[in-house]
Design a protein around this ligand. Structure first.
Ligand SMILES: C[S@@+](CC[C@H](N)C(=O)[O-])C[C@H]1O[C@@H](n2cnc3c(N)ncnc32)[C@H](O)[C@@H]1O
Length: 253
């Protein structure tokens, strides 16, 4: 790629990250409430199913990237006991603050630490975590493959990379009903309640429509070196949970 092309791509990635950070900092205070409301309270169940699919156990070391207000991280913390730990990372400070306040408010002894970090350049050495997870976040990362490869890098050999994400329902009848709700009602209610004038909740359906479908996401995970990639559709295929394994050791020839 010519040098100007490289510069252009870097500028696009930076601009995208900047827009995403601003978007989430603007809606941070209403994020949890609107998640529960707009998903008709299914979001908690999706996160619990993600934790279950990850195979975490007492004592597991978990990294939850793009953690936002930490809902998925806290669902992991409930399962790993005091012997394990969860690191909850995100690059949007305002979202992290809400997560941290939740832990303080509930006076939870979770072993959950919130950390400001970009998912594209995680500040960890290779091969550390038993589970590296992301909920509704990887869609927002400006370079999908690089984000998943970075998650894979910090997972321990034999560890799991887990992705909970919105996807496009397969049944055509359900899909058209759902898309009416998703593209018309949800943005209207979301922008109204969060008092957002930049159409933050219109971004949600637009980004989901552009996101790879379940099979394509599986391929990207495999390209990042994950094996045994399985996915599970939930709630008529509104969301999916993908789980991939980092190989135990690289076979040398
Ligand atoms: C839709 S929220 C998901 C929050 C949470 N995981 C959940 O389950 O509700 C997406 C989050 O991804 C974060 N994000 C997007 N790109 C990121 C990046 N490159 N590095 C770190 N965080 C990122 C945003 O700041 C935002 O908090």
């Amino acid at each position: 790629m010519p040098e100007s092309g490289v510069r252009c791509r870097i500028a696009n990635v930076t601009m995208h990250a900047h827009r995403i950070k601003n978007l989430f900092s603007a809606i941070a205070r209403h994020y949890d409430l609107l998640n529960a409301l707009l998903s008709l309270k299914r979001d908690g169940a999706w996160r619990r199913e993600t934790v279950k699919a990850s195979g975490v156990d007492l004592g597991s070391k978990v990294l939850d990237v793009c953690t936002g207000t930490g809902e998925l991280a806290l669902a992991y913390a409930d399962k790993i006991g005091t012997e394990g730990f969860v690191i909850a990372s995100d690059f949007c400070f305002e979202m992290l603050v809400i997560g941290d306040e939740k832990v303080e408010r509930k006076n939870r002894k979770t072993g959950t630490d919130f950390l400001a970090a970009d998912t594209l350049t995680l500040p960890f050495s290779d091969n550390i975590f038993d589970v590296v997870s992301v909920g509704f976040g990887i869609r927002n990362v400006s370079d999908l493959e690089r984000g998943i490869c970075e998650m894979t890098r910090v997972a321990a050999p034999g560890g799991r990379v887990v992705i909970l994400e919105f996807t496009q329902p397969v049944n055509p009848l359900f899909r058209s009903l759902y898309y009416f709700y998703f593209t018309k009602i949800l943005p209207f209610v979301g922008n109204l309640i969060s008092r957002n004038e930049d159409d933050a909740y219109g971004y949600l359906p637009r980004s989901v429509m552009k996101f790879p479908n379940c099979d394509a996401l599986k391929i990207v995970m495999e390209q990042c070196g994950l094996t045994d990639v399985q996915f599970y559709r939930k709630t008529f295929g509104i969301v999916s949970i993908h789980v991939g394994k980092k190989p135990d050791k690289i076979l040398s020839e």
